[in-house]
Design a protein around this ligand. Structure first.
Ligand SMILES: Nc1nc2c(ncn2[C@@H]2O[C@H](COP(=O)(O)OP(=O)(O)OP(=O)(O)O)[C@@H](O)[C@H]2O)c(=O)[nH]1
Ligand SMILES: [Mg+2]
Ligand SMILES: [Zn+2]
Length: 306
């Protein structure tokens, strides 16, 4: 068999079949070579790859993963450049610890975070409070309503600018928060499946089950399966040494505490705790920090320091 080798990007992965878009713009359904299925080197949507194919394209194998800039486990996606964290003030109620954990992972991985508060028709006051909290913490925040389309033009323009030079903007957030609905409001040509919330728990039902990339501007937007509250419970994404810097809003207080080895959890003379008391840092941000401190303290540092 004559073998053709081409480079491209994995745009979809479902049940062991991967769709690769080659740099020439053709789409092939591929299997992954055995070594790319193991946990440590697993092929992810977003990976740039080499594919080997027969002339007619019937036999396609992803044979190699090219250099990765980063890899997320939740959502499972490689080379994310912008993480669009979708939240709502209600339906489902937001989990700030989960949001803050994902934002910390972004900071650590060098991924630009963008926060979108959606369902503004259902949760106007709650969304405004969240908007103030995260803008004060220095994050870029947008407000949208997928039902009326409010705020979608502004968000689309911002994403277009961010993706102009390539990259992947991944929409992530709790199940049922409205990621797929928002993507359809932003890009009407996408006909993504969406699902109602459970009446009993007002939570989502995991309607989206796979990650998929769609062309936009010079790069891609990605829909991802919503996470549940348990997904970030077991926090193992970086080491204790990197924790403080994963909260960009804490930066002004670095090195300002009375004790050099201050853990910023309970010490006297802690500049960060003073900032929380005086309303310069949101208590919820510090609570997440303290929770992660307790979790990471018990772990051996096996991560390369950045
Ligand atoms: N009122 C209102 N409902 C919305 C809005 N956005 C989404 N919804 C509804 O919220 C429900 C869940 O929306 P989805 O888009 O499926 O949520 P998702 O985040 O993709 O959920 P998963 O795929 O499970 O992760 C659907 O019933 C949507 O119609 C909004 O802005 N306003
Ligand atoms: Mg969805
Ligand atoms: Zn301190």
């Amino acid at each position: 068999m004559t073998e053709y080798k081409e480079e491209g990007i994995v745009v979809r992965g479902l049940g062991g079949a991967f769709t690769v878009r080659t740099d020439a713009g053709a789409y092939y359904t591929c299997r992954a070579k055995g070594v790319l299925k193991r946990n440590d080197g697993k092929l992810l949507v977003g990976d740039r790859v080499t594919l080997s194919r027969s002339e007619d394209g019937q036999e396609c194998v992803v044979s190699e993963i090219l250099a990765r800039r980063c890899a997320l486990i939740r959502p499972p996606l490689a080379n994310v450049t912008v993480l669009v964290l979708v939240m709502a003030g209600a339906y489902p109620a937001p989990s700030l610890p989960t949001a803050d954990r994902l934002l910390a992972i972004c900071a650590h991985e060098g991924i630009e975070p963008v926060i979108v508060l959606t369902k503004s028709d259902l949760a106007k006051a709650e969304n405004e409070a969240l908007c103030a909290l995260y803008r004060d913490a220095g994050y870029e925040v947008y407000s949208t309503c997928a039902t009326t389309g409010a705020g979608t033009d502004v968000l689309r323009a911002a994403l277009s600018e961010k993706l102009r030079a390539g990259g992947i903007a991944a929409f992530a957030g709790a199940s049922g928060v409205g990621k797929s609905t928002l993507l359809c409001a932003l890009f009407p040509s996408l006909a993504l499946e969406t699902g109602a919330l459970s009446e009993k728990t007002a939570r989502g039902r995991h309607t989206t089950r796979h990650v998929e990339l769609f062309d936009f501007s010079g790069g891609f937007v990605a829909d991802t399966p919503g996470f549940s509250l348990l997904d970030f419970e077991h926090f193992d994404f970086f080491s204790l040494d990197d924790l403080f810097d994963a909260f960009p809003d804490f930066a002004p207080y670095r090195g300002a505490c009375r004790y050099d080895d201050c853990t910023h959890v309970k010490e006297e003379g802690c500049a960060l705790l003073d900032a929380v008391r005086e309303g310069r840092v949101a208590p919820s941000r510090h609570e997440t920090y303290a929770e992660l401190y307790a979790i990471l303290k018990t772990k051996k540092s096996t991560y390369p320091k950045r």
